[in-house]
Design a binder for this molecule. Structure first.
Ligand code: FA5
Length: 347
């Protein structure tokens, strides 16, 4: 009887203590600790079951029954508390992670044409007004079109003017200029007259600086017909520059050598960055070269399928990036392909 009372008393004390402690808890961490202490394997209630042999035979069932009652009473109370704690934690999370649907959304950034494409479109527009069509030719070219048919045979020193990217395939290169498109257009149109612009990307294995990139655009001009003269070349280019930069812009044509024209020249525009005073962009000359030009060489006319005794023509190759630099006073050509949005979004 004494032993029964002792165990039952112990259970009553433990229950009272456990319930009092539980009442003071509200957080999930504290509750988990409480559960281990009062309902875990080594808790006093569970230990009572092991200690049943200490009691007399007839009392064991009674003590066991009472221990079970205490255990399920504690479990029930614990469940109620744990559920309340879960709900409180959920309410806290919902509050702290609340999405404010009334906030205005972030406007998507508007895309735009790359500055070079804007310039190219303007170049096409100006030449279209003068009756030129756009003719596209490949960026991966044959050595034959890029050099041979343009009067630059293998081992000709003029090849040094174009530092070339070669491919692993013999005779296949990245075009160094848009001039190979001249032969392609002539072979397609001969013996009809031609008035085309040939735009696109060119590649040169060059050291880059403020005005040189290894990847850049060119726009080639090609006019072939009867009685085409140098005056037509000069007039067309001057008209282009006036329409592009405005009336009164100073230009000059200097003699220059290109194997596929005779005579050949280069056109410069006064440097807008320094107004002709000299700066790194114009290499301190005050002028910026924007294009090479000349009368199509008789050998090239012949390679294109035109009789040079009957036909003549002029050609030019201009750099749209350099044109943009002049227009917007951009002082480093490397900005064009650096993909820096801070630069690109200005245009
Ligand atoms: C040529 O490429 C000739 N094919 C142009 C030509 C065509 C001459 C038809 C006669 C008749 P050149 O290497 O000078 O020439 O380049 C022409 C233009 O391309 C230059 O004036 C410049 O505007 C641009 N350019 C050339 N190299 C670069 C470079 N590394 N980076 C940026 N632009 C360049």
């Amino acid at each position: 009887m004494t032993e029964k009372s002792t165990l039952i008393q112990e259970l009553e004390t433990v229950q009272a203590k456990a319930e009092a402690e539980l009442a003071s808890l509200s957080d999930e961490g504290g509750l988990a600790k409480w559960k281990t202490e009062y309902l875990g394997k080594s808790s006093p209630v569970m230990q009572i079951f092991k200690r049943l042999p200490e009691a007399g035979k007839e009392e064991r069932a009674l003590i066991g029954q009472f221990a079970n009652q205490v255990k399920s009473a504690l479990e029930q109370k614990y469940e109620l508390k744990a559920e309340a704690a879960r709900q409180a934690a959920l309410a806290d999370t919902l509050k702290s992670e609340q999405v404010d649907v009334t906030l205005p959304g972030r406007a998507p950034m508007n895309g735009r044409l790359h500055i070079t494409n804007q310039t190219l479109r303007e170049v096409y527009r100006i030449f279209a007004e003068m009756g030129f069509q756009v003719y596209r030719s490949p960026e991966v070219e044959s050595d034959e079109n890029n050099f041979e048919l343009l009067n630059i045979p293998a081992h000709h020193p003029a090849r040094d003017l174009w530092d070339t990217f070669f491919t692993k395939k013999e005779g296949v290169i990245l075009r160094t200029h848009t001039s190979p498109g001249q032969v392609r257009a002539m072979r397609e149109f001969a013996p009809e007259p031609i008035r085309v612009v040939l735009p696109g990307m060119c590649y040169r294995y060059e050291q880059t600086d403020a005005s040189h990139e290894f990847q850049f655009n060119q726009v080639e001009l090609l006019v072939v017909g009867k009685h085409i003269t140098f005056a037509n070349l000069k007039g067309t280019l001057q008209e282009f520059v006036q329409r592009m930069y405005g009336k009164g812009v100073r230009t000059r044509i200097r003699p220059s050598y290109f194997p596929f024209v005779e005579p050949g020249g280069e056109m410069d525009v006064e440097c807008f960055v320094c107004s002709g005073k000299g700066c790194p962009v114009c290499k301190h000359h005050g002028w910026l070269e924007i294009l090479g030009c000349g009368m199509v060489h008789p050998v090239v006319l012949k390679n294109g399928g035109y009789d040079p005794e009957v036909y003549s023509g002029f050609a030019a190759g201009l750099g749209p990036e350099r044109i943009s630099m002049l227009r917007y006073r951009i002082d480093d050509i490397r900005n064009f392909w650096a993909n820096d949005v801070r630069f690109l979004e200005q245009f």
